[in-house]
Design a protein around this ligand. Structure first.
Ligand SMILES: Nc1ncnc2c1ncn2[C@@H]1O[C@H](COP(=O)(O)OP(=O)(O)O)[C@@H](O)[C@H]1O
Ligand SMILES: N[C@@H](CCOP(=O)(O)O)C(=O)O
Length: 321
């Protein structure tokens, strides 16, 4: 579910009066997503997405997210473009929440990506990295290696209730990655959550990238590692090297990985798997009572983590030698 805050038609009409976007014809809440409340808003000038930022999004990060979408759209990347109010402001308040309107992107997300989708995604990710290269703002990735121990502590010794031995596995992995996390790799703007539900396709071509609310400044190759995890494993937990090869070749067709990035890929992939294992574990253990949220399975990422621990060479992911 992704409507935590309700908006009445009268509230929305009053809100829209601050924009040059015609008059309201219809709107409804969007079921997908987990972080914020999203509405599809139709007016006499077209379709838009209204987002009400809920409590997990820090207010001080909103200018980064809004500025980034505007920057990337200005560089030709197909992503939501914030719509300014008549006052020139993008952020406003609605129903007691910070709120913004962005452009609607056509396309659908794919549930079972093919190698062709992975190639498209790899190209799109590299284009995002190049388009973000001259974005002036920075945002620290609070879900990188220094953020993982606090997440583990937040699981408060309950990991073994999810799977026997899980706490020990995470503790060992966390200590290993804290000791050996790569240093000095090329960094820039990363999406950091470019899962299949955040990429749209039209006729099997990538038509848009959404949900920039984990975007931050970090290693570009870490973003590649997040995508290998999210796009290239099968539902049975097996790594699909054909998809990995397609994603990496697509990426490298636009931005070549350096030797240092290639060498670091297995370690970055382990870190990315641990990051989603930990956030999913914390969410799994803390489902708010009565919430219509289906938490995502942390153990999917335990399997991925185990796979990466056995990899010591980026060629095992399908990277061209
Ligand atoms: N710009 C957009 N164009 C079209 N649909 C969008 C757009 N932004 C969001 N959506 C729809 O809203 C859903 C939730 O958006 P998302 O940003 O992933 O929410 P959350 O941040 O809560 O996870 C998406 O799955 C998509 O269906
Ligand atoms: N992609 C994350 C969860 C974040 O959800 P989103 O709807 O904001 O993309 C995961 O799979 O754990």
């Amino acid at each position: 579910m992704a409507v935590y805050t309700d908006v009445s038609p009268a509230e929305l009409e009053a809100f829209l009066a601050g924009y040059d976007m015609g008059t309201l014809t219809s709107f409804h809440g969007i079921a997908e997503g987990v972080e914020n409340s999203n509405f599809l808003v139709q007016t006499t000038t077209g379709s838009y997405i209204l987002t009400l930022y809920e409590k997990r999004v820090r207010r001080e990060d909103l200018p980064f997210f809004i500025g980034l979408m505007r920057h990337l759209a200005g560089r030709g990347l197909s992503c939501p473009e914030p719509v300014a109010r008549r006052s020139g402001e993008v952020l406003a308040e609605l129903a007691g929440r910070p709120a913004a309107m962005v452009t609607f992107l056509p396309g659908v997300s794919v549930r079972r990506p093919t190698a062709e989708h992975c190639a498209e995604l790899g190209r799109g990710l590299a284009q995002l990295h190049l388009a973000g290269a001259d974005f002036a703002m920075r945002r620290t990735n609070n879900l990188s290696v220094s953020g993982w121990r606090p997440l583990f502590n937040a699981a408060d010794g309950q990991a073994d209730t999810v799977a026997p031995g899980l706490g020990e596995t995470i503790a060992t992995e966390l200590a290993a990655l804290e000791q050996s996390w790569p240093k000095g790799l090329p960094e820039g703007v990363i999406h950091a959550d470019l899962f299949p539900d955040n990429a749209f396709f039209l006729d099997d071509k990538l038509s848009g990238i959404i949900d920039f609310y984990f975007a931050c400044t970090d290693y570009l190759a870490y973003d590649v590692a997040v995508c290998l995890n999210a796009w290239c494993f099968e539902p049975d937990g097996a790594y699909n090297i054909t998809k990995g090869r397609a994603l990496l070749a697509g990426y490298e067709a636009v931005r070549a990985l350096s030797d240092a990035e290639k060498a670091a890929l297995p370690r970055l992939a382990r870190g990315a798997a641990l990051r989603f294992l930990l956030t999913r574990l914390v969410d799994w253990l803390n489902v708010p009572e009565g919430a219509l949220v289906k938490p995502k399975d942390p153990l999917e990422y335990l399997k991925k983590l185990r796979f990466h621990r056995a990899v010591d060479n980026a060629q095992d992911y399908g990277l061209a030698a």
